[in-house]
Design a protein around this ligand. Structure first.
Ligand code: NAD
Ligand code: MG
Length: 378
């Protein structure tokens, strides 16, 4: 029996992880569940999985917690993430919150000697060197949940310790792959939120529409597999079937990579749709268009410069995506703002955890000021 704490349990990854736990009750026990504000869903999860700790990072008074879920310890505010990551005894911590909030949780979990299952890519984008050092110190590799990285990780299990020379990340191209730049200019939130292959949280879905998601994944792979960015390539592959080459082929279904991380080194049986090659017919590949999707080029640039610049990339992107989701700016402002912000970030070569959070705060506010300016004009 393995115990697991799930940070961000009400989200797309969190609920799919709980689905796997539900299928294997004799193998896993949930000890902590946290969410930001989706209290109703969290109450239901607490009723079903009976953790020792539950928490909401947007605090509510204890009086609003129903009687029948008060049996566990409730923690409110940022403290909820720390307690779930590091205080409640757990064999594994699944970090599936959105944004830079994941960085502190990963560091807390590693500091408490926990096995980290990592969905949150922003932790590696902003503080990859810190996370990988901390994981090395405790001798527990980060188990990736992001599907491409899970695929590479799965492929490497059969590589007998040989390190890959080159990594190839596949990208679906998102909802705007076949659109022109002019069409994309005025893409509505609803259009950007309609991903052709994956059903995910709002932030990552917008990141997929700009392809910033793939840029983040290049940085994520750089740290997870200790491979320089110039040896990591992106290829557009609309079917989302080949997740990595040496190939690990599967239908686009996040329960596949979650299953591999949660059950590692065993594979858990999954009753999902299996790949049917005859039905599939063909598999296609394209070169990514960085004119239409400048985010990808920005991410490479940020990683090449290194230091705190990937953190600035993430901070500006978090602010801009939030503004886009609130209909405050149009689509291309997301990458324009990110590009402008990384140009004026004061460079720190080897940022500490404090430097990372300071850069995050400064660049997030800088991006917000730019957004204010645009929103006023518009
Ligand atoms: P989501 O929006 O569906 O869910 C996020 C969860 O985290 C929710 O429980 C929410 O309450 C909580 N949360 C959000 N912001 C928070 C904050 N600031 N502090 C604390 N808790 C917070 O998101 P998701 O799609 O499940 O994605 C989670 C992470 O996994 C992201 O970093 C994303 O990039 C990564 N990821 C997701 C997928 C996917 O298929 N959804 C695939 C690969 C990677
Ligand atoms: Mg991915």
């Amino acid at each position: 029996m393995q115990t697991i704490a799930i940070l961000g349990s009400t989200g797309s990854i969190g609920t799919q992880a709980l689905e796997l736990v539900r299928l294997h009750p004799e193998e896993f026990r949930v000890v902590a569940l946290t969410a930001r504000s989706s209290r109703k869903k969290l109450f239901e999860q607490v009723r079903e999985f009976r953790p020792e700790v539950a928490g909401l990072t947007e605090p509510i008074p204890m009086s609003e917690i129903p009687e029948d879920v008060r049996f566990c310890r409730w923690v409110m505010g940022e403290e909820a993430l720390r307690v779930a990551a590091a205080e409640v005894p757990a064999d594994m911590v699944l970090v599936s919150v959105v944004g830079i909030a994941g960085l502190q949780s990963v560091m807390d979990a590693l500091g408490a000697n926990r096995q980290v299952l990592l969905a949150n890519k922003e932790a590696l984008v902003t503080g990859g060197h810190l996370v990988m050092d901390a994981a090395k110190r405790i001798g527990k590799p980060i188990l990736p949940v992001d599907s491409e990285h899970s695929a590479i990780f799965q492929c490497l299990q059969g590589a007998g310790g040989n390190q890959p020379v080159r990594l190839l990340l596949t990208a679906s191209g998102g909802p705007f792959r076949t659109w022109t730049r002019e069409q994309m200019q005025n893409a509505t939130r609803a259009q950007a939120l309609k991903h052709p292959n994956w059903s995910m949280g709002a932030k990552i879905t917008i990141d997929s529409a700009t392809m910033m998601n793939k840029g983040f994944e290049v940085i994520e792979a750089r740290w997870l597999f200790d491979t320089p960015c110039d040896r990591i390539n992106v290829v557009v592959h609309p079917e989302s079937i080949i997740h990595s080459v040496i190939a690990q082929l599967a239908c686009p279904d996040m329960r596949e990579p979650i299953q591999f991380a949660i059950g590692f080194p065993e594979r858990l049986p999954l009753a999902n749709k299996k790949l049917d090659f005859a039905e599939l017919g063909g598999i296609t590949f394209f070169k990514p268009d960085t004119e239409k999707f400048p985010a990808l080029a920005l991410a490479y640039k940020a990683m090449e410069r290194g230091g705190n610049i990937p953190c600035a990339l993430n901070a500006a992107n978090e602010a801009a995506v939030a503004a886009y989701l609130h209909d405050r700016i149009s689509f291309y402002w997301i990458t324009d703002i990110v590009g402008e912000c990384i140009e004026c970030t004061p460079f720190i070569k080897e940022p500490s955890v404090e430097d990372i959070f300071k850069t995050n705060e400064e660049i997030y506010s800088l991006a917000q000021r730019k957004i204010e300016g645009i929103a006023k004009k518009g």
